[in-house]
Ligand binder design. Sequence first.
Ligand SMILES: C[S@@+](CC[C@H](N)C(=O)[O-])C[C@H]1O[C@@H](n2cnc3c(N)ncnc32)[C@H](O)[C@@H]1O
Length: 190
Amino acid sequence: MNLEDLLLIIPLAIIGVFTYILLPMVWGAAYAPSPKAKASMILRRVIETYYKDKDVVRVIDLGSGFGRVCFEAVKIDSRVVCHGVDIDPLKILWSRAIARIKGINARATFTRGNILKIDLEGYDIIYMFLWPGIVLKIEEKILREVRKECIVISLEHPLRLLKSEKIDDFYIAFISSARKSKNEEAVNIA
Ligand SMILES: C[S@@+](CC[C@H](N)C(=O)[O-])C[C@H]1O[C@@H](n2cnc3c(N)ncnc32)[C@H](O)[C@@H]1O
């Protein structure tokens, strides 16, 4: 390979990486990972406050990327199971492979899908790090479809329909009954 080829390959590779990161914008959010320590901190706090007596705590990460939120979640407590959903099949394959290598594939599971089309019922914690437009659509979906009590956590982007409390960079809402048009209960875990 000569210098001319190399000079062409490098910018093409950079463009490829950026395209891969930005492409999921089409479905709702580009890729950026949650900071591990922060995700772990907020999940631990919610689990210890609300679910300390529960046998199994079910977490879902909407747009799970390369799986780190689920990997952090299952570390917190052996009662935690976490399901990640992402539109990108490569990220799902990667997450499944890492879960298998870590030996946690029974508790950290991943499926490819559009988060606007999946069933959100039955989870104790609904976590997301998405962009404002899709966060709003997810809130509408929760209000329409979720009947069970749960906690909704959004990193960086405010919840606009669900009444929430801000802790660090997270917006947290307690859903007592999604049948209400607007949630009237605030969380209290500060
Ligand atoms: C900002 S990243 C968050 C990754 C991970 N949840 C974390 O916090 O580390 C957003 C992810 O959402 C995925 N995504 C965007 N729109 C989606 C959709 N409609 N359905 C499923 N996944 C989607 C992207 O592929 C990307 O991996």
